[in-house]
Design a binder for this molecule. Structure first.
Ligand code: NAD
Length: 259
């Protein structure tokens, strides 16, 4: 096995996950780009910076599937060494609380929260088995710290769960030297955000442009967040600069929510 460190990023076929993969590759990480959409994952691999010692690859992974997650984690641990795992995959769907179906609630919780459990367990088991003091980062949200978020009750519940689960994982995995933290982005310009702009505009009876302006207005640093804003903080959390940080939920939101 080489000295190059290897990281698996979930949901890395789009948006924030794709940019996390790009920033980590630029910083010397060998990246396993995973997504439920394997074509999108392969497309991300094609955008990654490659130095002589990096061999990036893609992997099809539905984060709700424990057998698939264990297969990816074990295969990477045995072939390349598993140094880090970023559980970034997530979905959102906007609906008034009174209209949210139980099926929608279950689906959001399955991908956003159970997926973090399933992947975190697979990654930590592989790291512990191979004696690697690795790092895990989970993508929560500023909607994981406050419920004053319109039309996203199932999502809010899932992201509060991610922050709690991150703390519990950090507490129990410390004895293996594994650090676990979460990031809490704000209004990030991605395909997910484009969908939310249309939904929120429809639910409020206004235009997507008006909703975008509201979001910028809600952000003291006065712009929408870029995926790079999140990816650079993930890179920091995976680095030795964050060697004594575990169980944290780092806000990256331009001041839209301060706690
Ligand atoms: N965009 C924002 O404003 C924002 C804000 C806070 C947090 N987040 C979180 O950041 C993460 C990434 O969001 P994004 O905006 O890049 O979304 P996105 O929709 O652009 O990308 C999400 C990716 O996850 C993949 N995915 C969906 N279900 C999956 C599954 N079951 N298994 C594996 N992959 C799956 C999709 O195929 C897609 O490639 C999510 O966890 C999201 O909740 C986003």
């Amino acid at each position: 096995m080489s000295n190059t460190k290897t990281v698996v990023v979930t949901g890395a076929g789009s948006g924030i996950g794709r940019t996390i993969a790009q920033v980590l590759a630029e910083r010397g990480w060998q990246v396993v780009v995973s997504d439920i959409n394997v074509e999108a994952a392969a497309a991300t691999v094609g955008t990654l910076a490659v130095a002589h010692n990096q061999r990036h690859e893609s992997a099809e992974l539905d984060v709700t599937d424990p057998i698939a997650a264990a297969t990816v984690a074990d295969s990477i641990a045995d072939r390349l060494g598993l140094d880090a795992w970023v559980s970034n995959a997530g979905i959102s769907f906007m609906q008034k609380f009174l209209e949210v179906s139980v099926e929608q609630f279950d689906k959001t919780l399955a991908i956003n929260l159970k997926g973090v459990f399933v992947c975190g367990q697979a990654a930590a088991r592989a790291m512990a088995r191979t004696g690697v003091a690795g790092t895990i980062v989970n993508t929560a949200s500023m909607a994981g710290k406050q419920g004053k978020v319109p039309y996203l009750s199932d999502y809010v519940a899932s992201k509060f769960g991610v922050i709690g689960l991150t703390q519990a994982m950090a507490f129990e995995l410390a004895e293996h030297g594994i650090r676990v933290n979460s990031v809490c982005p704000g209004y990030v310009a991605t395909p997910m955000q484009a969908r939310e702009l249309s939904w929120e505009a429809e639910l409020r009876g206004t235009s997507p442009e008006a909703v975008r302006a509201m979001w910028v207005d809600d952000t003291p640093l006065a712009r929408l967040e870029e995926p790079e804003d999140v990816a650079k903080v993930v890179a920091f959390l995976l680095s030795d600069d964050a060697a004594f940080m575990t169980g944290e939920a780092l806000a990256i939101n331009g001041g839209a929510y301060m706690d």
